[in-house]
Design a protein around this ligand. Structure first.
Ligand SMILES: Cc1cc2nc3c(=O)[nH]c(=O)nc-3n(C[C@H](O)[C@H](O)[C@H](O)COP(=O)(O)OP(=O)(O)OC[C@H]3O[C@@H](n4cnc5c(N)ncnc54)[C@H](O)[C@@H]3O)c2cc1C
Ligand code: SF4
Ligand code: SF4
Length: 588
């Protein structure tokens, strides 16, 4: 047996910590091991050298001491196959992610650990047998979970390519957050005018099966062959009979669900452009008076409807479950929820929206009067180590600038002030957008730290306390409406969904990409892709770009018809196994 040990420097990624000279010296003493070192094994030059050395030294088994198998493992497998070695006669010692990167302060111990890792890989490679690849057919259908703008765009791309799509949306309508906005930055074009036609196209597309008010409950299987169980909640509406004349049943309903920003009746649609345009009865609000059933001349109200379980089989999955906004109640000093006139940017979106609760009129929730002064507080729930939200939410500067401009356009006399940490007007044309807010619309920007929002003892005003960090002075400014630019978090229920799908989350709970730079739309599980704000805070253009990437990857997979599966199959030793079943819970 001739074993080739190929050790990678990875520039200084590995050799900056691990003493590769020592590694070479150590393993050169092994009689049947040929040792090679390369600066970048995965480069064209490195791969060429592997092939040449294998042929020259008649190597029949290979150990790669480099980065994670997940990154370049299949590249090295294919390389040795090209020179006649079965691709499974290779073992990997991950001396980068599992060593040099995590032990950079302990180079000597890291070097010793690398020696141990390589010894184990050599012992392993001696025991390996050649294996043959197995092929299985791929189910040519794709499941998309989450029908916001990312899921909608992905669904249309796949459906237009001729493949079948199931689009599962938890809410009664698709559309996600974008459907709630009046205008979008930086172009200020009408949000629903862009999204509405796409939503209708999804509804009418023969290749898209839309499952709203539904959630994925169980997934079994593997890349190319997933079995999915979906639970569809009862709307108490017969979807085949209802024609969407929702004002008839809604108007007779005596139950008003009171909410300043999302008011509704017990039977209602989320908004007039909802897709599908079907009302939903809120079971917990309905008093069972049956007025809606009497008003409906199509007999479309069905109080006996039960939750439905639907089974589907798909070859690939895209997760695009999006975001939820940060709940600022935990920042007690801002007094959100204590004072009605402290609202969030998402709530202001509702007030700005012509189809919103006030028909686009800006009011102080406490009195219904138009505010004379509006103040935005940026970075609420973002860039804050104390609450483990160190990241920048990326969109809230631009969203606040947009809202400030919209306010000034509608109400030129309102005095608008933005209290910011840093302005991060990231994105094409966004810096110009910020400049317009200051120069054309007279929005005032103050770089500051805000310590509290309190209520005046003598008037209806709010008082914003803080420190102007440029002038270096403390201030107390009065305002009528305080708008908190809340940060972005992963959608509600992401942890449960990631457990169902067996995919990983990052420390903030967003879904983890396989590789931030080269595989940003792939999850940790083969055949499951991620798109939009569920991978991390993003604006609409970036969410769409990632959705397009995920869709094309999913199409590339299912269009292959067959997929090769890794033939490694684990077995367990019944004498040693104590049935803790940990392996079962992590196996994807
Ligand atoms: C206040 C505010 C203003 C903004 N303004 C702008 C702007 O003007 N311009 C701009 O470019 N960006 C803006 N953004 C950012 C924009 O909202 C996001 O980029 C965009 O919504 C991301 O789309 P998405 O499809 O990934 O997520 P979402 O819009 O959040 O959609 C996700 C969808 O998945 C569904 N879902 C969630 N969990 C599940 C589940 N388990 N099963 C099934 N379905 C599920 C949700 O119900 C939702 O329909 C703003 C954000 C905020 C908070
Ligand atoms: S039965 Fe329920 S939903 Fe229908 S009108 Fe009465 S309260 Fe409203
Ligand atoms: S986008 Fe702006 S407001 Fe939002 S967290 Fe980043 S810097 Fe703060």
């Amino acid at each position: 047996m001739n074993i080739g040990l190929f050790v990678c420097d990875c520039g200084k990624n590995i050799s900056g910590t691990i003493n590769n000279d020592k590694i070479i010296e150590y393993f050169s003493q092994y009689p049947d091991v040929f040792v090679f070192r390369e600066q970048y094994l995965c480069s064209e030059l490195g791969l060429k050298e592997i092939k040449e050395e294998i042929e020259e030294k008649q190597i029949d088994r290979v150990v790669i001491a480099a980065c994670s198998f997940k990154l370049h493992g299949s590249l090295f497998q294919k390389t040795i196959e090209k020179v006649g070695i079965n691709r499974f006669l290779i073992a990997f010692a991950n001396i980068r992610e599992q060593n040099s990167w995590v032990h950079s302060h302990h180079p000597q111990k890291a070097t010793q650990k690398a020696i141990d890792q390589i010894k184990m890989a050599i012992a392993q490679v001696r025991l390996l047998n050649p294996l043959e690849m197995q092929s299985v057919s791929i189910i040519p259908r794709i499941l998309i979970i989450g029908g916001g703008v990312a899921g909608i765009k992905a669904a249309l791309i796949i459906a237009n390519a001729g493949y079948q799509v199931y689009l599962v949306e938890r809410e009664p309508t698709i559309g996600g957050h974008m459907a709630l906005f009046d205008k979008t930055f930086p172009t200020l074009d009408c949000s629903i005018c862009i999204l509405g036609p796409l939503m209708s196209e999804v509804n009418e597309h023969p290749n898209i099966k839309l499952l709203t008010y539904s959630e994925v409950k169980k997934i079994e299987g593997y890349i190319g062959n997933f079995k999915v169980t979906i639970k569809k909640k009862p709307r108490f509406i017969d979807e085949d009979e209802c024609v969407g004349c929702f004002d008839i049943c809604r108007d007779v309903c005596p139950i008003d669900v009171v909410d300043t920003f999302f008011p509704r009746k017990a039977i209602d649609v989320p908004y007039p452009q909802a897709i599908p345009l079907l009302p939903t009865i809120l079971e917990e609000e309905c008093i069972g008076c049956k007025a809606c059933a009497q008003a409906c001349d199509r007999n479309a109200i069905d109080f006996d409807q039960e939750p439905q379980e639907i089974q589907i089989e798909v070859g690939a999955i895209i997760v695009s479950t999006g975001l939820k906004t940060f709940d600022p109640t935990i920042l007690a000093e801002l007094n959100y929820q204590k004072y009605q006139d402290v609202i969030t940017t998402l709530q202001l979106e509702r007030l700005l929206n012509n189809d919103g609760p006030t028909g686009g009129k800006i009011i102080k929730p406490s009195s219904g009067k138009t505010p004379k002064r509006v103040s935005f507080i940026l970075c609420v729930g973002s860039r804050n180590k104390k609450i483990d939200h160190e990241y920048c939410s990326q969109v809230c500067c631009n969203a606040s600038i947009k809202q400030a401009i919209l306010l000034k356009k509608e109400y030129p006399n309102i005095d608008v002030t933005v209290y910011y940490t840093d302005i991060r007007a990231v994105g094409k044309n966004c810096e110009e957008f910020y400049n317009r807010a200051r120069e054309e619309f007279g929005v005032r920007f103050i770089k500051s730290n805000i310590s509290a929002i309190v209520h005046s003892d003598t008037s209806e005003e709010l008082i914003i306390r803080g420190e102007d960090v440029i002038e270096n002075v403390l201030f107390e400014h009065t305002t009528d409406l305080a708008v908190l630019a809340v940060g972005i978090e992963p959608a509600e229920g992401t942890t449960q969904l990631s457990q169902i799908l067996n995919i990983s989350q990052d420390p903030y709970g967003f879904l983890l990409e396989k590789h931030l730079k080269v595989k940003p739309s792939e999850s940790s599980v083969n055949g499951i892709y991620i798109a939009g704000a569920i991978q991390g805070p993003k604006d609409i253009p970036s969410s769409i770009a990632q959705a397009e990437s995920a869709a094309s990857k999913a199409i590339a997979l299912i269009s292959r018809k067959e997929i090769e599966l890794d033939p490694h199959i684990v077995y367990y030793n019944p004498e040693k196994c104590d049935m803790c079943r940990l392996c079962e819970s992590i196996c994807n």
